[in-house]
Design a protein around this ligand. Structure first.
Ligand SMILES: [Fe+2]
Length: 421
C-alpha cells in the first residue's frame, strides 16, 4: 500500500514537473536558460589585434564632440584616437586615449573575451570634417584613416536615416545599410529604433551586426534606442550599453544612456526606453520638449504607440507620451518592434488630425527580415507588409521643409511625406 502511494506521488511530481517545463518552454524561458547555460556558440568574426567594429556615437554635443568605439582581441591593452581637421595641416594631429573594457561571452567557443575601447573627442569645431584613425601605440597597429563631420552651429539643411528593427537577417540588413549609405553618403546619422540584434547578450550577433555596418558606422554615427531583444530578458541591456557611448542626460528614473536627448541643426531628438515605465520617463520627456526651441522635433523608442495590429498598440505610451508629443509639437515618432511598415496620419487625441502641424506622425518600420502580418487600421495612411526599408528624412531651411521617404533595399521609393512649416 505504502509502495503504491509512493509511486503515485512520484508520478504526480513527474507530471507536474513536466507540465511546468512545457509551460516555461511555451513562454520561451527554458530554451533561453538552457541555451545561455549549455550551448556553445561560434562567432564568424573573431577579434584580432587589428581594430574593427569602429563605430561613431555622440555622448555629448554633436557640434563639438564625437565618441569613437572599436574592438580588439585581448592582446591589445591600450587604445588611442589620432585625429585632425581634414583641411588642416598634418602636424596638427591630436591624440586622445581611450578607455578599455572587457566584453565577455563565455559560451563563445572561439573568442569569448574581447576588449572594447571608447574615446571621447571634445572641443571640436562645428560643421567641420575630421580625419581620424584608431589603434594601439604599444603595438603600433592602426586602422585606416576614416572621417566624420561635426554638426553645424545653427540651422542648415541636413538629412538622416531612420531604420526599424535589424534583429534577424543581419547579413541582408548589412546590404541594405550599405546600399542606403551609398545612395545618401552625406546623411548625418542613423536613428535605429531598437532590436539591433535578436539575442542582446550573444556577442556573436553583435559581431554580425557590426560586420554589416563596416564602412558605414565609422563615418556616420548611430543613434540607437533599446529594444526588448537588446534587453534579452535581462534587467538591463548590458551588451548594448557596452557597445554604444551615449548621452547621460536622460531621465533620472531609469539607468543612464537608456533615454537621452540631443540637438542637431534646427532639430531636436529624444530617445526613450519603451521597455521601461513610460510614466517614469514622462516628466523628463515633458521638460525636454518644453525647453526645446528647435524647429523640428523627433522622438524614437521601440514599442509603437499605434501598431500595424490593433491588439499590439501600447496604451501606456498612448497615455503618458503621445499627449506630450502633441502638446509640444513633435513632428514624427520613429518606432519599431512590429515588423511591418506603417505610417500614420498626423495623430491627435488618438484620432486623425487635419494637418501635420496639429498632430504627430508615427512610423513603424523594419530593416531586417523578420516580418509580421498587418491589419487595416484607421490611423494608417500607408501600410505594407513583408518589406524591409530604410527611411531618409531631409530637412531644408528657407523654407523649413521636411521630406520623408521610405525606400526598399534597391532605392525604390515606397512612401513619401512632406511637412512644411
Ligand atoms: Fe521588439
Amino acid at each position: 500500500m505504502m509502495r503504491r502511494k509512493a509511486v503515485l506521488i512520484l508520478c504526480a511530481v513527474v507530471v507536474l514537473t513536466a507540465g511546468y517545463i512545457v509551460f516555461q518552454q511555451y513562454k520561451g524561458r527554458v530554451y533561453s536558460w538552457y541555451a545561455d547555460t549549455y550551448i556553445t556558440r561560434v562567432t564568424p568574426y573573431p577579434a584580432s589585434a587589428h581594430p574593427d567594429q569602429i563605430c561613431l556615437t555622440w555622448a555629448n554635443d554633436p557640434r563639438t564632440s564625437q565618441a569613437v568605439q572599436w574592438r580588439t582581441d585581448v592582446s591589445v591593452m591600450d587604445g588611442w584616437v589620432a585625429f585632425r581637421e581634414k583641411e588642416g595641416a598634418e602636424e596638427q594631429a591630436s591624440v586622445v586615449e581611450a578607455r578599455a573594457s572587457r566584453i565577455e561571452d563565455r559560451m563563445l567557443e572561439n573568442d569569448p573575451v574581447v576588449h572594447r575601447f571608447t574615446a571621447y573627442l571634445e572641443g571640436l569645431l562645428p560643421g567641420t570634417t575630421y580625419l581620424y584613425r584608431v589603434g594601439s601605440r604599444e603595438k603600433d597597429i592602426w586602422s585606416e584613416w576614416s572621417e566624420f563631420r561635426t554638426a553645424p552651429d545653427g540651422a542648415e539643411p541636413f538629412e538622416f536615416f531612420y531604420l526599424g528593427d535589424p534583429q534577424i537577417g543581419l547579413d541582408f540588413w548589412g546590404e541594405l545599410l550599405r546600399s542606403a549609405y551609398v545612395r545618401h553618403p552625406d546623411a548625418a546619422f542613423h536613428v535605429i529604433a531598437g532590436d539591433l540584434v535578436n539575442k542582446g547578450s550573444y556577442r556573436n550577433e553583435w559581431d554580425v551586426f557590426f560586420a554589416g555596418a563596416q564602412g558605414v558606422f565609422d563615418r556616420t554615427p548611430i543613434v540607437p534606442t533599446p529594444g526588448n531583444h537588446d534587453y534579452d530578458k535581462r534587467e538591463t541591456p548590458g551588451m548594448y550599453l557596452d557597445m554604444f557611448a551615449l548621452p547621460q542626460n536622460g531621465s533620472k528614473n531609469i539607468p543612464p544612456e537608456l533615454s537621452y536627448s540631443f540637438e542637431y541643426g534646427n532639430a531636436f531628438f529624444v530617445s526613450l526606453d519603451s521597455n521601461r515605465s513610460p510614466g517614469a520617463q514622462a516628466e523628463w520627456l515633458e521638460k525636454q520638449l518644453a525647453d526645446s526651441r528647435a524647429t523640428w522635433k523627433f522622438v524614437t523608442y521601440h514599442h509603437p504607440a499605434f501598431s500595424p495590429k490593433a491588439n499590439r498598440d501600447n496604451p501606456e505610451i498612448r497615455r503618458h507620451w503621445t499627449p506630450l508629443f502633441e502638446r509640444y509639437g513633435v513632428d514624427m515618432a520613429l518606432e519599431g518592434h512590429d515588423h511591418a511598415y506603417m505610417r500614420t496620419f498626423p495623430m491627435k487625441d488618438g484620432k486623425r488630425a487635419d494637418t501635420p502641424g496639429e498632430g504627430t506622425v508615427h512610423v513603424v518600420s523594419v530593416s531586417g527580415t523578420k516580418y509580421y502580418a498587418l491589419e487595416p487600421r484607421d490611423c494608417a495612411e500607408v501600410a505594407f507588409a513583408n518589406t524591409s526599408t530604410y527611411q531618409v528624412i531631409a530637412i531644408t531651411t528657407n523654407p523649413d521643409r521636411l521630406t520623408y521617404r521610405a525606400y526598399d533595399k534597391d532605392g525604390v521609393i515606397l512612401d513619401e511625406l512632406v511637412i512644411q512649416k
